[in-house]
Design a protein around this ligand. Sequence first.
Ligand SMILES: NC(=O)c1ccc[n+]([C@@H]2O[C@H](COP(=O)([O-])OP(=O)(O)OC[C@H]3O[C@@H](n4cnc5c(N)ncnc54)[C@H](OP(=O)(O)O)[C@@H]3O)[C@@H](O)[C@H]2O)c1
Length: 167
Amino acid sequence: MEITMVMVMSADGFVTHGEDGPSFAWASAEDREAFLSIVRASDAVITGRNSFEGKGDMPRPYYVLTTQENLPSFKNVFYVSGDAESIVSRIAADGHEKVVLLGGPKTNLIFVKDGLVDRLLLTVEPKLFGEGKPLIIGAKLDISMKLCSVKRLNENGTLLLEYELMN
Ligand SMILES: NC(=O)c1ccc[n+]([C@@H]2O[C@H](COP(=O)([O-])OP(=O)(O)OC[C@H]3O[C@@H](n4cnc5c(N)ncnc54)[C@H](OP(=O)(O)O)[C@@H]3O)[C@@H](O)[C@H]2O)c1
């Protein structure tokens, strides 16, 4: 099973514009298009409960991390908890090969920290936010990556960077 983390951030390194809120409020249409085609090509999605907030039925399996019980039931939504390794084992046992990790920063941490993320597809928008949440939050890390490709998505210079994590 391969796990690809997919995120969009400002040029000063924030994945939220100050306060919490969906990235489609500020990310480019070209990022949105790239994001949707990456997710459509995946077998399953991992995301945190905060990032899933406001969504409902899903067209593919979504594994939503939460410690809460009695959250609403939706088609293709599986609430999961525990350590990253056991969540990944469950997703692999369900038969999924290409999995995308869609954040947010707290959820990214537990998979990256345990060396379970293979690739990062990171869109960098030519914007400065000054405040917001970082890509990963909650612990000091020292993970090296290798840049595999750079794609310019539009005139303004939105970049899609593909990295391999050297776990
Ligand atoms: N720019 C981007 O590409 C991008 C992508 C995704 C999200 N975001 C933004 O990031 C913000 C949310 O990020 P976030 O870090 O606050 O939240 P998050 O990672 O989406 O969700 C955190 C929640 O996930 C659950 N969780 C995390 N680890 C867990 C574990 N090991 N076991 C069980 N549950 C676990 C907990 O839910 P419970 O509290 O229910 O226990 C926790 O409160 C939003 O503003 C969103 O728009 C940006």
